[in-house]
Design a binder for this molecule. Structure first.
Ligand SMILES: C[S@@+](CC[C@H](N)C(=O)[O-])C[C@H]1O[C@@H](n2cnc3c(N)ncnc32)[C@H](O)[C@@H]1O
Length: 231
């Protein structure tokens, strides 16, 4: 068994158990503690940046979107509401069950995304836009290139992804345990060098068109929108 397989098993088990309890609460609107509220607000900013890009481009109507590692549907649901045809998936059965439940509560039946419990590296198909938010945190650096290559193979026009950047400051924060405090320490959190992510995107024929950075006290995420290189 490779260490990456170990990582995936640990991540799947975590997001089917205590990780599900924690993150479905953070990605909800119920009562949470101060740290969880901070992470909720930071994550919402990342989601809002993506939705804003769709709006800037004249909306999402009819666009096929793959939301890889969809969690409980924080992005899939508003995108479907904007008219995108969303295929959402996550390695955790519990997360997709909850996403599907929330989508059915909030959306008319014809807009509800498809939800599948699936490792993103086994996804197939072809989509206008592939999005992968805050999932790279579960990938060690040596596996990130393969993951980005696979997502690239699914994306016709655009790949949007976010990751926690590896800077001396955030490395220190992580080391002294202020990063993802509480039970989420049950999974390993991997930071990624921005240069490595840029290089992986470039190697797969992408150029970065728009980018954002969200930082609150306990949440930080670099967001890239990559489009096909045109000369
Ligand atoms: C921090 S949550 C982010 C969820 C969602 N993208 C969002 O921004 O609301 C990370 C999610 O990635 C999922 N995940 C981790 N590794 C995965 C993999 N290899 N394939 C699919 N999903 C994965 C986890 O189960 C979890 O739901």
């Amino acid at each position: 068994m490779t260490s990456a397989t170990d990582d995936k098993t640990i991540v799947r088990n975590y997001f089917n158990a205590q990780g599900f309890d924690r993150w479905s609460r953070i990605y909800g609107d119920g009562q949470v503690n101060k740290v969880q509220r901070d992470i909720r607000e930071g994550h919402q900013q990342t989601v809002d940046h993506v939705l804003y890009w769709f709006k800037q481009d004249g909306n999402a109507q009819g666009l096929t979107v793959c939301d890889a590692g969809c969690g409980v549907g924080s992005l899939s649901i508003p995108l479907a509401e904007m008219g995108a045809v969303v295929s959402a998936s996550d390695i955790s059965e519990k997360m997709v069950e909850e996403a599907s439940f929330r989508a059915k509560e909030l959306l008319p039946p014809e807009s509800v995304p498809t939800f599948d419990a699936q490792d993103l590296e086994t996804l197939d198909g072809s989509y206008h836009t592939v999005i992968c938010l805050d999932v790279l945190i579960h990938y060690p650096q040596e596996k990130a290139g393969d993951m980005i290559a696979h997502l690239s193979s699914l994306a016709e026009d655009r790949l949007i992804l976010s990751f926690a950047p590896k800077t001396p400051f955030y490395t220190l924060l992580k080391r002294i345990g202020e990063f993802f405090p509480g039970p989420s320490k049950a999974t390993r959190a991997y930071l990624h060098r921005e240069a490595d992510i840029r290089a992986a995107l470039k190697a797969n024929g992408w150029q970065i068109k728009r980018k954002e950075f969200t930082a609150t006290q306990f949440y930080f995420s670099r967001l890239f929108e990559a489009v096909k290189v045109t000369d």
